[in-house]
Write a protein that binds this ligand. Structure first.
Ligand code: ATP
Ligand code: MG
Length: 352
């Protein structure tokens, strides 16, 4: 799949932007504050319905405007699709070919992989961030997974509400049954996905690099509704005492190892390269599963990536559409887009 056109209105500092992208390597370059990350953020929202940053939709609206509008022309095979995301006072809307739509529908036509060269440390150091990355990966290759996660989150919210408001043990049982059923689906899907991804990593880069999946449920006796329900039974009194759910896929952990040493012991450049290798392996897995490439978004492309790493990336992803950003211009990209609006907005914010 490839992004052909992108039109943004009222999004962060980008009051109005209209660009065409090449099917291969695009570089958006410009000064600090020009709006480079904002462009990738807009593309990401069209893929996942939310930002990669923890922000409210209303914060994304340009200070001088009261709505944002994002439109993207995507080509998948020979099918052209128009994706729209808009936010106004009365809410956030997604449209597919001018018809009201939702994230599940949009993801059938467009799937971005976002790699941030400046925030990768936060990703590696935070279990929550890592779980988000893995969840997004699985959304891309497993069509039911998003439904599992949405159902599980809903059940968990209801169970936590119950734990806060009642001491009725019997009422908990039915929630635990539903939760163990959904949990076994999630854990099983995650287990299978991590096995496949490790296999892909090994194929591409050798067996030094591995991801270890550590489910919160004990899976030594297998993965099933019953096995998980028994563990929930055992944890019940503790959960009642703490008034919150203490075990389940929302607490699963993923650890990354290079030569049997956890990523956290490596230098920041090494960590970044290792994480990039995992992303590249995922992209290959996506290609094998979906028979096409996702779109690869890379923010601050050159920050602490040395030249060797840049070549490594371009060599490893020869046929994929890349939308990268940088403060500098790089000739190795086939489409260079200079963003010039930064200074003006920066001044306005300061004066304002
Ligand atoms: N709601 C908003 N309305 C107007 N401007 C905003 C809004 N939110 C953020 N900005 C401004 O938009 C500008 C663009 O930010 P962005 O992060 O996209 O820049 P960038 O080109 O990626 O810069 P850098 O090279 O530093 O990463 C910043 O100056 C920021 O303060
Ligand atoms: Mg930026």
């Amino acid at each position: 799949m490839i992004i052909q056109t992108l039109e943004l209105k009222g999004f962060r500092n980008l009051t109005s932007l209209d660009i065409s992208l090449s099917s291969q390597k695009n570089l958006i370059y410009g000064l600090n504050g020009a709006g480079k990350t904002s462009i990738l953020e807009a593309i990401f929202i069209l893929g996942f319905g939310k930002s990669f940053l923890k922000v409210k939709k209303s914060d994304l609206v340009n200070f001088d405007m009261n709505a944002f509008f994002l439109k993207m022309g995507v080509l998948k095979g020979s099918i052209e699709t128009e994706l729209i995301a808009s936010f106004k006072k009365n809410g956030f809307y997604l449209f597919l070919n001018k018809k009201n739509s939702n994230v599940v529908e949009l993801s059938k036509y467009f799937y971005p992989v976002f790699f941030s060269s400046s925030n990768y440390n936060r990703t590696i150091d935070s279990v929550t961030e890592m779980r988000k990355v893995i969840n997004r990966f699985i959304f891309g290759v497993h069509s039911l997974y998003i439904h599992y996660i949405l159902s599980y989150n809903k059940l968990l919210k209801q169970k936590n509400y119950l734990l806060k408001t009642t001491k009725n043990v019997l009422e908990l049982n039915s929630w635990n049954h539903a939760i163990s059923e959904m949990s076994s689906k999630i854990v099983d899907t995650r287990m299978q996905f991590i096995n496949k991804l490790n296999h892909e990593i090994e194929n591409k880069f050798g067996n030094h690099l591995t991801i270890l999946y550590k489910p919160s449920f004990d899976t030594n006796k297998g993965i099933s509704d019953d096995i998980f329900y028994q563990q929930l039974e055992k944890t019940k009194n503790l959960e009642i005492k703490n008034q919150k759910s203490m075990i389940g896929p929302h607490l699963d952990d993923f650890e990354f190892y290079f030569k049997s040493i956890n990523f956290k012991f490596y230098s920041s450049g090494e960590r970044k390269l290792h994480l990039l290798m995992i992303y590249i392996a995922f992209i290959e897995l996506f290609k094998k599963t979906k028979n096409q490439y996702p779109v690869f978004l890379i923010d601050d492309f050159d920050t602490t990536f040395d030249n060797q790493n840049i070549d490594f990336l371009l060599e490893n992803c020869p046929d994929i559409q890349v939308v990268a950003t940088s403060v500098h211009k790089f000739k190795s990209f086939d489409n260079l887009i200079e963003l010039k609006c930064g200074n003006k907005d920066l001044k306005r914010v300061k004066n304002g």
